[in-house]
Design a protein around this ligand. Structure first.
Ligand code: ASP
Length: 310
């Protein structure tokens, strides 16, 4: 007797930015690849066993949130006031259920909190101290501010405060994290988590936790997670727009992703997306010099890349 193995695809990212082989130290390059590999393993472990795409994207993002190098959870960037405020979102393509949080300061894994909002509240999006209180009331693991803080992010804040006109990705070497997956049942899911932009002020929230902008999943189309200059992704509604072109326009996900990134570039925006479709195809598009990214499927070995020429 033969057994069919579950079919699945998992794609993750750790942010788009200006990394090159010259400006990224060998240790940083290796640490990033090791973290991407660990995150892929965490998601693949679930999918390989016939588990849900939704659980897989959450597991993959959690690994990257806990890694201090990436701008999500531990290692998030500082606001202008020297605080850390995290945003995250998760979405299930089978029922269009979604959960999101913004400006979270006391929850260890913002993606777990977004999942809890989705599963155990009647709301989709909670912000600020209220979101942290919801997490405490639901036994989601809390963390002190020091858990999130790293010396490198302090240094980057000082750099930005000294020169507020620095472009979005000039100093960015580790970014936002995200995952998209399709499972053996053909369900897709997306998750994104970020500390936002270094030196952000006035309660600024980017695209990452906004359902339709930085994160979207729909079994009729695709799952999408974005990274980059959030204001442009919000204005174009990139994640939903990719799904709309697939669902209504009959585009394939590759053309939809490439076109949206081109349109973002025409507006002056920089960044990237990862995508999967319910048929199992997956990939990425970006217009920055580099993007931390990785992909694995039931039949292919993990592919891990950083620079534009990989
Ligand atoms: N998109 C994120 C934001 O605007 C930042 C990033 O992806 O690097 O908050």
């Amino acid at each position: 007797m033969t057994f069919a193995l579950p079919k699945w695809t998992l794609v993750i990212h750790g942010g788009a930015g200006s990394m090159t082989r010259d400006n990224l130290r060998a240790e940083e390059d290796q640490a990033a690849r090791a973290a991407l590999s660990a995150a892929l393993d965490a998601g693949a472990f679930i999918l390989r066993d016939g588990g849900a795409a939704l659980d897989a994207v959450q597991a993959a993002v959690r690994v990257l949130e806990d890694d201090p190098h990436f701008n999500a959870g531990r290692g998030s960037v500082f606001t202008a006031e020297g605080r850390i405020e995290c945003d995250a979102a998760i979405m299930s393509g089978s029922d269009l259920n979604a959960g999101a949080v913004a400006g979270v300061r006391a929850t260890r894994n913002p993606i777990a909190l977004a999942r809890e909002v989705m599963d155990r509240s009647t709301h989709v999006f909670l912000a600020g101290a209220g979101a942290d209180s919801f997490g405490r009331a639901h036994d989601i693991e809390a963390a002190e501010p020091e858990w999130f803080e790293t010396a490198e992010r302090r240094r980057q804040l000082d750099e930005i405060l000294a020169d507020p006109d620095l472009p979005f990705d000039s100093a960015m070497k580790y970014g936002t994290v995200g995952a998209v997956a399709v499972d053996a049942d053909g369900h897709v899911a997306a998750a994104t988590s970020t500390g936002g932009l270094t030196g952000k002020k006035w309660g600024r929230v980017g695209d990452s936790p906004l359902i339709g902008a930085g994160t979207y999943a729909d079994d009729r189309a695709a799952a999408v997670s974005c990274t980059g200059a959030g204001e442009y992704f919000i204005r174009l509604g990139v994640a939903h727009e990719i799904c709309a072109r697939v669902r209504l326009g009959g585009w394939n996900i590759e053309d939809a992703a490439d076109t949206l990134i081109a349109e973002l570039g025409d507006m002056g925006g920089k960044g990237g997306v990862i995508v999967v479709s319910p048929d199992g195809s997956g990939g990425w598009a970006f217009n920055t010099r580099a993007m931390y990214r990785a992909m694995a499927t039931h039949e292919t070995a993990p592919e891990i890349a950083i620079y534009g020429d990989e």
